[in-house]
Design a protein around this ligand. Structure first.
Ligand code: FES
Length: 147
């Protein structure tokens, strides 16, 4: 079996929603200290719906494919739904990632959550802080992953 699924290769070669959004309603930037990869997500939110989303990823192919897929999955969706997007869902939508590349999809989940947090903070919208604690825990778990 090939190391990467066709979907991963497709989203890596033809990433969707690449770029930036001027006057974005929420911006999130996260990085993985181990590999040094960085992901930035821009959200445009109208009436609680994510009307546009763009990303810039300075990172590996799996991180690019994960960000691309994650943006496709949250575009047009309510904020509450985007907030529950997990790296597992992104990985499944990509038809899987090799075990040592799972942390790349965690970056996509984190970047979206971080952009949503920015939106909540800017608009004084209360949110469930536990969601962010859970994310921290999951990232620590992945810090132990070695290449
Ligand atoms: Fe760094 Fe994939 S995100 S190796």
């Amino acid at each position: 079996m090939a190391l990467y699924s066709e979907k991963v290769m497709d989203h890596f070669r033809n990433p969707r929603n690449v770029g930036t959004i001027e006057n974005a309603d929420g911006i999130g930037e996260v990085g993985n200290a181990k590999c040094g990869d960085i992901m930035k997500i821009y959200l445009k939110i109208d009436n609680d719906i994510i009307t546009d989303v763009k990303f810039e990823t300075f990172g590996c192919g799996s991180a690019i494919a994960s960000s691309s897929m994650a943006t496709v999955m949250i575009k047009g969706k309510p904020v509450s739904e985007a907030l529950t997007l997990t790296n597992k869902a992104v990985t499944e939508a990509l038809d899987g990632l090799p075990a040592h590349k799972l942390h790349c999809s965690v970056l996509a989940e984190e970047a979206i959550k971080s952009a949503l947090k920015d939106y909540f903070d800017k608009n004084n919208i209360p949110y469930d802080a536990a969601l962010y604690e859970k994310c921290d825990a999951c990232c620590h778990e992945h810090e132990g992953v070695t290449e």
